[in-house]
Design a protein around this ligand. Structure first.
Ligand code: ADP
Length: 423
């Protein structure tokens, strides 16, 4: 049996097909520019030799339903999925679960309605996530579908951490609170850290730093999220590729008055034109590092601001947790950029947070530690794998639904007869 993981954006579908027995990746790909000129599907699949092969399909795709049909056809042509009857389930990444979803959830009409109701909190993300879900249900009817929310891991935040100091009814009437995102990643790397350290997650206090184009920090006590840097939306917290992170809210009112920009203009400015890009004109950390090394002062400044904000959060979360056993770096920057790891921890030796330069530079494979032997806090680099985490949670959820039956050697949810794919 196989597990398909889908991450549907407004104009894209990312997918990964796993073998449900051992979570080997059988295929993965990205369909871009849906409903735009120049749609392109880049598909990788594991051939008979075991190596991943690539094929690119340039084919006009008008909507997510057509996109999913193309993905299914291409996977079928690769010979790795005969029909959707071979699918144990489909796991969907959904960005915002509000307070309604505390974990992976089997999708039915009520769940679809709830995800739709949450769209005002995540207008850029939940509607395209739903398009992917609805396309999958239509195209692969009867295959159990599970929603895995970016927010749900952070539903354990205490009120003092998740409430903003606004009139209380802004929370009760308008649901304004901190929800946090990247939950699947924070939870995944914390689990890997516990296994690596040979400790139970319940015994560990960890600060996890997911540093990619989007970036967030989380304070985890005994495996539970106690605080996190993203807020009601992914805009709050750390400096990101194009998002400003923490900002005095009055800046918006001031800019509206002085520049005449509308709310929509400002939303776009803070989300798409700020962060590293806003400071130095580039949002790819490799490019920024290169420019900084060539003497570009703005690139240098962008790196300093980026690291300084991370350091402030490490200090704050140290105070939240009281004792820190490990700090985990993950995400494209966290996993690959020793310079940023060093800059973020510089000066924290008194907190027991130290980095060994050689180990930091070693760019090891998989999980590795970068503190010196005497460092009391384990500083770790752990590659995140949100798709794998979604696949596992999908299998667990379908299994825990308790309604699996066996027929013809296949396991699936009882009562949901598997109808053929609309391939
Ligand atoms: P996303 O949030 O889009 O998933 P990723 O986790 O892929 O982002 O991270 C993208 C970021 O990682 C980019 O800023 C990119 O420059 C950075 N990155 C990737 N590889 C390296 C590297 N070797 N050195 C420095 N930065 C890197």
């Amino acid at each position: 049996m196989k597990i398909l993981v889908l991450n549907s954006g407004s104009s894209s579908i990312k997918y990964r097909l796993f073998d449900a027995r051992d979570y080997t990746v059988l295929a993965m790909g990205l369909l871009e520019r849906i409903a735009e000129p120049g749609s392109r599907l880049t598909h990788h699949w594991r051939g008979p030799s075991g190596t991943l092969q690539e094929t690119v399909y340039d084919r006009q795709v008008l909507n997510h339903r057509e996109g999913l049909m193309l993905v299914d056809t291409v996977i079928g042509e690769s010979g790795i999925l005969g029909s959707c009857a071979e699918l144990f389930g489909i796991g969907h990444r959904v960005v915002h679960g509000g307070e309604a979803f505390h974990g992976p959830t089997l999708i039915d009409n009520a769940v679809i309605g709830a995800i739709r109701d949450l769209a005002p909190l995540a207008p850029l993300h939940n509607p395209p996530n739903l398009m992917g879900i609805e396309a999958a249900i239509e195209h692969m009817p009867g295959v159990p579908q599970v929603a895995v929310f970016d927010t749900s891991f952070h539903q354990t935040l205490p009120q003092q951490a998740f409430l903003y100091a606004l009139p209380y009814e802004m929370y009760t009437k308008h649901y304004v609170r901190r929800y946090g995102f990247h939950g699947t990643s924070h939870q995944y790397v914390a689990g890997v850290a516990a296994v690596h350290l040979g400790r139970k997650p319940e015994d560990l206090n960890i600060i996890t730093l997911h540093l990619g184009n989007g970036a967030s920090a989380a304070a985890l006590q005994g495996g539970r999220s106690m605080d996190t840097s993203m807020g009601m939306t992914p805009l709050e917290g750390l400096v990101m590729g194009t998002r400003c992170g923490d900002l005095d809210p009055a800046v918006q009112f001031y800019l509206a008055r002085t520049t005449g920009k509308t709310n929509d203009d400002l939303e776009s400015l803070l989300n798409h034109e700020s962060g590293l890009l806003g400071i130095c004109g580039a949002n790819d950390m490799r490019e920024i590092r290169r420019r900084a090394e060539e003497g570009d002062l703005k690139a240098r400044l962008a790196i300093d601001i980026f690291c300084y904000r991370i350091k402030k959060y490490i200090g704050a979360y140290y105070a939240v947790l009281g004792r820190v056993d490990a700090i985990v770096f993950t995400g494209g920057i966290g996993e690959n950029c020793p310079y940023i790891r060093k800059g973020s921890c510089d000066g924290l030796e008194r907190l027991g947070i130290m980095i060994d330069d050689d180990r930091n530079q070693s760019s090891g494979e998989g999980t590795y530690e970068i503190q010196p032997p005497e460092g009391p806090v384990r500083v770790m680099v752990i590659p995140t794998n949100e798709e794998l985490a979604i696949a596992r949670q999908t299998v667990q959820k379908i299994g825990a639904a308790g309604a699996t039956t066996k027929s013809d050697g296949d396991e699936r949810i009882s009562g949901q007869g598997v109808k053929p794919c609309r391939r």
